[in-house]
Write a protein that binds this ligand. Structure first.
Ligand code: ATP
Length: 315
C-alpha cells in the first residue's frame, strides 16, 4: 500500500457504519414488538483501476467508491404467520428465493445464530438492478445489519464484513459506507476523507451488461489517478475529484453500448463538472455544483434514456 493511502488511513475518523445503513426505531427488539427499517444505499465508482487477472478468475482492482442517497428500503419484522422466512419484493422481476441476496443473507444468519422466530422482510426497490450501483449488495448489507440489530446478535462490523464478502465483493463497502478505497477484489477497504456534498445525476440505460464478460475483455493496467483523487478528497476540492474520474472498464462497455458515451458527453455538454461510468456499467453519473443545472440536464438526458435519478453524495 502506498504512503498516501496509509496517511489517510491513519488520519481518518473512525467510521460509524450504523449511521450509514440504519434508521432504527427506538426499541427494535422482537420482545418489544419492534421491527427495523433500513436504507440500503447505492454506490458509484469514482475510479476503477483493473490491475491484474488472478488465478481464481477474479481481477484485482483498486477503486474509490462513494455512497449515494438513492436507496432501497429493507423492512425486517417478526412474521405474523408462522412461515420460517418470507421475502416480499416491490419489483416482480426480482426473484425472492435463494437467488436474492436478501434471502441468502437472512438464511445464513438464521442458521448460524439459531434464530427461531419467523422473519418477514419487505424489500422496496428503487436502485435499478445490475446497473453498476450495487443495489443487490446494499440490500444484502442492510439485511445483515438489520437482523443483527433486531435480534441483538451483537455481531461486530468486521465479522459482518467477512460474512458479507461471501455474498458479493461490494457488500463490505455497503456495510462501511461513505467514501473508501477498495482493493483486492473490492473487499479490502480503507476509509477516505469525507467527500464534500455534491449533486449527482444518474442515467441508467435499460440494457444488460455482463460484469464477468466486461472484466474478461478488459486489458489490465495502472492509471495514476488514485493519488490525485485522494489528495482532492483530502482538500475537499470537488472539481479535482471530478477531474480524476477514471474507469478501466468503460472502453469495453462503451464499445458494446455506445449510448454510455453519449450520456457522458451530454452530461458534460449540459454543465456537469465531469461524468463517468460506474462499475461495469451501464449506469453513468455526472457531478453538478448546483441542483438547477442538474435538474435541467436530467430533462435533456431523459430524451436519451428514461431511467434517471437526481441524487447526492452522502457520508
Ligand atoms: P455491483 O455494482 O455490485 O457489481 P450491480 O449494481 O451491477 O452490482 P446488482 O443490482 O447488485 O448489480 O445485482 C446483480 C445481480 O444480483 C442481478 O443479476 C440480480 O438478479 C441479483 N440480485 C440478487 N439479489 C438482488 C437484490 N436484492 N437486488 C438486486 N439484484 C439482486
Amino acid at each position: 500500500m502506498d504512503s498516501k493511502v496509509q496517511d489517510v488511513r491513519l488520519s481518518s475518523p473512525s467510521v460509524n457504519f450504523m449511521a450509514h445503513v440504519c434508521a432504527y426505531p427506538k426499541d427494535p427488539r422482537p420482545s418489544a414488538g419492534g421491527f427495523v427499517q433500513m436504507r440500503a444505499f447505492s454506490k458509484i465508482n469514482l475510479i476503477l483501476d483493473v490491475l491484474r487477472k488472478r488465478s481464481d478468475g477474479y481481477h484485482d482492482l483498486r477503486s474509490v467508491m462513494q455512497m449515494l442517497a438513492l436507496h432501497d428500503t429493507v423492512t425486517i419484522s417478526i412474521s405474523k404467520n408462522n412461515n420460517g422466512f418470507q421475502l416480499i419484493c416491490s419489483d416482480p422481476a426480482l426473484p425472492t428465493d435463494d437467488r436474492n441476496l436478501v434471502t441468502k443473507a437472512a438464511k445464513f444468519l438464521i442458521k448460524e445464530y439459531n434464530i427461531v422466530q419467523p422473519i418477514c422482510i419487505q424489500l422496496e426497490k428503487r436502485i435499478p438492478q445490475a446497473a453498476g450501483l450495487a443495489g443487490g449488495s446494499s440490500d444484502c448489507a442492510a439485511t445483515l445489519v438489520g437482523i443483527n440489530q433486531l435480534f441483538d446478535l451483537n455481531i461486530p462490523l468486521h465479522t459482518l464484513m467477512e460474512i458479507g464478502q461471501r455474498f458479493g465483493a461490494d457488500v463490505p463497502f455497503c456495510l462501511l459506507g461513505g467514501t473508501a478505497l477498495a482493493e483486492g477484489i473490492g473487499e479490502k477497504l480503507t476509509p477516505l476523507p469525507v467527500h464534500p456534498h455534491c449533486w449527482v445525476l444518474l442515467a441508467c440505460p435499460d440494457i444488460y451488461v455482463s460484469t464477468a464478460a466486461i472484466f474478461n475483455k478488459c486489458k489490465p493496467g495502472v492509471s495514476n489517478n488514485i493519488d490525485d483523487m485522494i489528495t482532492a478528497l483530502a482538500k475537499g476540492n470537488l472539481r479535482d475529484i471530478a477531474k480524476n474520474f477514471n474507469n478501466d472498464l468503460a472502453d469495453v462497455t462503451i464499445k458494446l453500448h455506445p449510448i454510455i458515451q453519449k450520456l457522458i458527453n451530454e452530461m458534460i455538454t449540459q454543465g456537469a463538472m465531469n461524468a463517468a461510468m460506474s462499475g461495469s456499467g451501464p449506469s453513468v453519473f455526472g457531478y453538478f455544483l448546483d441542483k438547477e443545472t442538474a435538474k435541467k440536464t436530467q430533462v435533456k438526458i431523459e430524451n436519451i434514456t428514461g431511467r434517471t435519478f437526481l441524487t447526492e453524495t452522502i457520508n
